[in-house]
Design a protein around this ligand. Structure first.
Ligand code: UDX
Length: 459
C-alpha cells in the first residue's frame, strides 16, 4: 500500500531506478535517502541488497527490494575489518548481482522501465557488470567531496613518501592537500594494507568510467573541491545534499532508536545546554578510553546524552566497564542509550554541542541543525572531515592529541560555555542557513536535483 506520508510530485509512467547500497550503516542511510528523493520525483525504486546488513524493507513499502546472496561464509560477515569485508564482497557478489540486474532489466514492461543503476562506488565491480549488460551506472559517493579527493590521493601520498605513516611526521602539513596534516590521511587499518590502495584505485577508475557521480553535499560548502572534482572526473557531477532534509523521515537505522533520548531532552530546561555524544556505527574505543570519556563527561559539569553502541567498547558487551553508580552519582545530569534518533536529537532545542567521530552523515546532520562540534575522528574520512570542521569551516574543536579526562573536560567547557563556543555556534548558524538555502527553489542543490532528474529521464 502507498505510504500516505510520501507524495510524488511529478509522476512519470514507469521509469525505474535500481540502487545498490554498500551494506554499512553510513552508506545505506544516504542511499535510501536518495531513493526517497528520486521516488518523490516520480521514479519507481528497486533496492538490490545483500543479506548481510539488509535494510528494513518494511520501512519502505513503496520500494521493491531484491535480496541477493552475498556468498559470505560464517565468521566472514563482520565489520571489524570492513576493508577485508568489502574486498571479499566485491568478488562474491558479482554473479548474484549480474543475474539479478539482468533479470530486472530484461523484465521491463510498460509499467516498469528500468533506466539507470546507481551504486555505491565501493562496489567497483558493478561498472563491469553494467557495461556488459549495457546499462548506465552512476555512483553515489556518500562522503564529503574533500575527503573523497583526499582518499583518491592516497596512491600519490605513498609515492611522495607520506605513507606508510611515520610517527615523526604525523604533525607535518601536507602541502598537496591543505588543510590536512599527515596524520589526517585516510589510513584505514586492514589485515592487508594493499587492499586499501587496490580498493581506492578500482573505485576511482570505475567512477571515471561511470555515467555520473552524485554527492551528499552542497556547492556552497565545498566550492573549490567541487571544481577540482569536476576537473579530475570528467563525467556529470551532481551535488544534491543534504539528502536527509529532502527525504521523508523514514528510519534507515539498523538498530532500534531509543525514544527515551527525546523524553530525557524534553526535561532539560536550559536551551543549548546538553552535549550529545555519539561515535557512529563502526567506531570502537578501548576500555581505558571509555573510562576517560566517562570521567571527562562527569567532570565537565554539563548535561550529556551519550550513545554507547553495544559492542563499541572493546571487551565489553555494553556498559560493564563503567564504575558502579556512575549515572546515579550524576543525579540525572547524564543519560546513556544504545542508539538514538539522531536527527531529532540534533534538532532538539536542548542540544548545544555534539561530540562526534565525524562520520560524514553525522557531520552534515550537525551542520543542518547548526550544532557546533567536538571532533574525535577514528579512521578514514573522519579525520579529513574533522580537519575541515576545525580548520576550514571553524565550527568545532579538535580532540586530536589525547583521549584524556582533563583534556575532555576542558574542551567540553570551551565548546559549551565560552565565547569561543558561542562564536562557533554563530558560524554554524550561517552554514545552516546556506544548507537551508541550497534546497530552496533556485538554490544550488535544488537546481542540481532538477538536472539529475532530467539526466535520469534521458537514459
Ligand atoms: C561510516 C564511516 O564511519 C564514516 O566515516 C563515513 O563517512 C560513512 O560511513 P558511521 O561511522 O556510521 O559511517 O557514521 P556516520 O556517517 O556519521 O553515520 C551514522 C548515521 O547513523 C547517521 O546518519 C546518524 O544519524 C545515525 N545514528 C547514529 C543514529 O541514528 N543514531 C545514533 O545513535 C547514532
Amino acid at each position: 500500500m502507498e505510504d500516505p506520508r510520501i507524495s510524488r510530485v511529478k509522476p512519470r509512467s514507469g521509469r525505474e531506478i535500481v540502487l545498490f547500497p554498500l551494506p554499512l550503516q553510513g552508506h545505506i542511510t544516504p542511499m535510501l535517502q536518495l531513493a526517497n528523493i528520486l521516488y518523490s520525483r516520480g521514479f519507481s525504486i528497486t533496492i538490490v541488497h545483500t543479506h548481510f546488513n539488509s535494510p528494513k524493507s518494511s520501512n519502505y513499502p513503496h520500494f521493491n527490494f531484491q535480496p541477493i546472496p552475498d556468498g559470505l561464509l560464517e565468521g566472514q560477515a563482520s565489520t571489524v575489518d570492513f576493508i577485508a569485508l568489502v574486498t571479499l564482497m566485491n568478488v562474491t557478489c558479482v554473479g548474484p548481482f549480474r543475474d539479478c540486474l539482468a533479470k530486472l532489466f530484461s523484465d521491463a514492461s510498460n509499467d516498469r522501465i528500468p533506466c539507470c543503476l546507481i551504486t555505491d562506488p565501493v562496489w567497483h565491480f558493478t561498472q563491469a557488470v553494467a557495461d556488459e549488460l549495457n546499462i548506465p551506472r552512476m555512483a553515489l559517493r556518500t562522503s564529503s567531496i574533500s575527503s573523497f579527493l583526499a582518499f583518491c590521493a592516497l596512491p600519490l601520498m605513498r609515492e611522495k613518501g607520506y605513507l606508510p605513516l611515520q610517527d615523526s611526521r604525523l604533525e607535518e602539513a601536507v602541502p598537496e592537500l591543505p588543510p590536512l596534516k599527515v596524520k589526517d590521511l585516510h589510513v584505514i587499518n586492514s589485515k592487508d594494507p594493499e587492499d586499501v590502495l587496490r580498493l581506492i584505485i578500482a573505485m576511482a577508475e570505475t567512477m571515471r568510467a561511470s555515467a555520473g557521480l552524485i554527492f551528499n553535499s552542497f556547492e556552497e560548502l565545498e566550492p573549490t573541491k567541487l571544481a577540482e572534482c569536476r576537473r579530475r572526473f570528467p563525467v556529470p557531477i551532481f551535488t544534491v545534499g543534504p539528502f536527509h532534509k529532502q527525504s521523508v523521515e523514514t528510519s534507515t537505522s539498523l538498530l532500534p532508536q531509543d525514544r527515551s533520548s527525546i523524553s530525557w531532552l524534553d526535561k532539560q530546561e536550559k536551551p543549548k545546554s546538553v552535549l550529545y555524544v555519539s561515535f557512529g556505527s563502526l567506531s570502537i574505543v578501548s576500555e581505558a578510553q571509555f573510562l576517560e570519556i566517562a570521567s571527562g563527561l562527569a567532570n565537565s559539569g554539563r548535561p550529556f546524552l551519550w550513545v554507547v553502541r553495544p559492542g563499541s567498547v572493546r571487551g565489553s558487551e555494553w556498559l560493564e566497564a563503567l564504575p558502579s553508580g556512575f549515572l546515579e552519582g550524576l543525579d540525572g545530569r547524564g543519560h546513556i542509550v544504545k542508539w538514538a534518533p539522531q536527527h531529532e536529537v540534533l534538532a532538539h532545542p536542548a542540544v548545544g554541542g555534539f561530540w562526534t567521530h565525524n562520520g560524514w552523515n553525522s557531520t552534515l546532520e550537525a551542520i543542518c541543525e547548526g550544532v557546533p562540534l567536538m571532533c574525535m575522528p577514528f579512521f578514514g574520512d573522519q579525520r579529513v572531515n574533522a580537519r575541515y570542521v576545525c580548520n576550514e569551516w571553524r565550527v568545532g574543536l579538535h580532540l586530536e592529541y589525547k583521549v584524556e579526562r582533563k583534556e575532555i573536560e576542558d574542551l567540553i567547557k570551551r565548546l559549551m560555555v565560552s565565547d569561543e563556543g558561542d562564536e562557533m555556534r554563530e558560524k554554524m548558524k550561517s552554514l545552516k542557513r546556506e544548507a537551508d538555502e541550497c534546497l530552496q527553489d533556485g538554490g544550488s542543490s535544488y537546481r542540481s536535483l532538477q538536472k539529475l532528474t532530467e539526466y535520469l529521464v534521458s537514459f
